[in-house]
Design a protein around this ligand. Sequence first.
Ligand SMILES: Nc1nc2c(ncn2[C@@H]2O[C@H](COP(=O)(O)OP(=O)(O)OP(=O)(O)O)[C@@H](O)[C@H]2O)c(=O)[nH]1
Ligand SMILES: Nc1nc2c(ncn2[C@@H]2O[C@H](COP(=O)(O)OP(=O)(O)OP(=O)(O)O)[C@@H](O)[C@H]2O)c(=O)[nH]1
Ligand SMILES: [Mg+2]
Ligand SMILES: [Mg+2]
Lengths: 277, 292
Amino acid sequence: FFGRATIDADMLDHLEELLIGADLGVEVTERFLRDLKPCVERKEVSDLVSLKKKLKKFMVSILEKERSEMPFSVSPKVTLFVGVNGVGKTTTIGKRAQKLKEEGGRIVLAAGDTFRAGAGEQLALWGERVGVEVIRHRPGADPAAVAFDAVSAGLARKSDHVLIDTAGRLQTKNNLMAELKKMVRVLEKAMPGAPHEKILVLDATTGQNALSQAKLFNEAIGITGIILTKLDGTGRGGIVIPIVETLSVPVTDIGVGEGADDLIPFHVESFVDALFE
Amino acid sequence: NLTKKLDSIFKKIRGKGLLTDKNIDEALREVRLALLEADVHFKVAKSFIEGVREKAVGKEILEGLAPGQQVVKIVWKELSRLMGEEGKTIALSSQPPTLIMLVGLQGSGKTTTVGKLARRFKREGKRVLLVAGDLQRPAAVSQLQTLGKGLDVPVMDPGTNKDPVIVMEKGVKQGRKEGFDVVIFDTAGRLQVDEALMAELVQMKSGISPDEILFVADAMTGQTAVDVARKFHEDLGLTGIILTKTEGDARGGALLSIRSVTGAPIKFIGTGEKLEDLEPFHPDRMASRILG
Ligand SMILES: Nc1nc2c(ncn2[C@@H]2O[C@H](COP(=O)(O)OP(=O)(O)OP(=O)(O)O)[C@@H](O)[C@H]2O)c(=O)[nH]1
Ligand SMILES: Nc1nc2c(ncn2[C@@H]2O[C@H](COP(=O)(O)OP(=O)(O)OP(=O)(O)O)[C@@H](O)[C@H]2O)c(=O)[nH]1
Ligand SMILES: [Mg+2]
Ligand SMILES: [Mg+2]
């Protein structure tokens, strides 16, 4: 394949295992390894270290391509958080609220998960911890109504941000995806242009199914950003590479723990370096 | 799908003969691809393929079976063997209460599964006590209490106790004292690389001596499933696995990875968010979705 003594089959196998092991997936891994071939033939790379460097370049160019810094001067800015069950949506909202509060913002949280046991209480506790108001209805209430109320409250109080929590849902459940679409329509009624951000929360321990999650959530409501959680664990989250490539949507932040300060901006270079560890 | 791919590979082989290394290579590449796309760990996939190759090479192409079918048959057999038997549910201890402890990563579905198990045992006429051993996640105790209320199953109140190990030990005492048949312990989600929290689990185990330590794993877990399961198993000695969120389109290859590093039987699968959504494990159904 490469025809050089220094770059041999073992080296390629090692790289393949590295990338597959980081959940990049077979398709992207094989494509990257194929794309290395001309670099080797042109003698741009000659050993494992330079092969890895080249691979990192491929990844960085995919991940950096989509960084769109939208200067949002709308008020309140409404952000909807969606994703499958247990990925860290509620916790991420708490963390984001903490960050925005530190920056001096006025924030309203919406307890849009009216289904799961303890969901409202969980967000209420986060609201208490951070010191921001939480709009909550009783369990079983219409989630879109909670979202509507929260945006109305945000408009009335001249808040800077409304962060909306939603119930976890598998992307293949049409009725639940329809509920999400309805929430987006209702938000548009509450405030034209809302929700200004639609964040898909992905768990770094998730494998290839994250592709299906990204595809179907995007088809349903249009995703504007991705937050990747639990990167303090051993999941590498390499799946965001094919996701960012196909969705053309940036990863904005990463979750690195369960505390209020454990949400940090996504840094492409450090993320790619970590994939190779 | 995989069967069609294998069939087309083997169409080229006509008549009787042996399954050779060469014609098997191509087929095994397709199988390996299917496993990796299904989130099976690459090492697990590799050793699985080698196992199939050993059993396939040099075999007579059996009368009436297309060579492709024969390889598929071997793959199927090996996969089912790896998955383990079906219907291995939870046996009740001869000395009640049976103590069942649920462990796993953050968000895998433990608390909900505690509720599901409680509902199942209650419907079998057993008296169940739930112990809220997660004192760290906001409203985790409240979540379990809400589930318990809905089932009319008591949940032990941790009170002002700050130490989950002590709460778990109190749970055992209360379970014995009040004659419960089953006590189910919820624990906080934790990373297997968090040494302090893994040590806490080991402390809990020695404090309560559970009959079952069930690893609750998310069906969509990727390559890291091997590392996670191995560590939980090394530290605790898992007696069973529950795979959650299986009703979606995740292929569930993590299950193969978890099985191969723990050898623990799959006790149940979670098939939804409601407390009734707990089903016994069918290895053949799981095998077909992993193979795609
Ligand atoms: N280690 C770690 N744990 C996290 C992170 N983010 C969230 N978690 C934990 O993951 C678990 C699930 O978090 P939640 O915020 O309840 O997730 P969710 O998506 O809102 O869950 P549902 O509403 O039930 O769908 C909790 O135990 C969190 O503490 C992270 O970045 N690192
Ligand atoms: N679709 C689906 N969702 C499930 C299933 N089991 C649990 N869930 C959901 O997964 C999410 C997380 O469940 P929890 O029970 O809070 O998970 P946990 O492991 O206790 O989380 P931590 O205590 O934070 O570690 C919730 O939204 C549950 O409703 C299942 O089988 N299918
Ligand atoms: Mg939530
Ligand atoms: Mg829990």
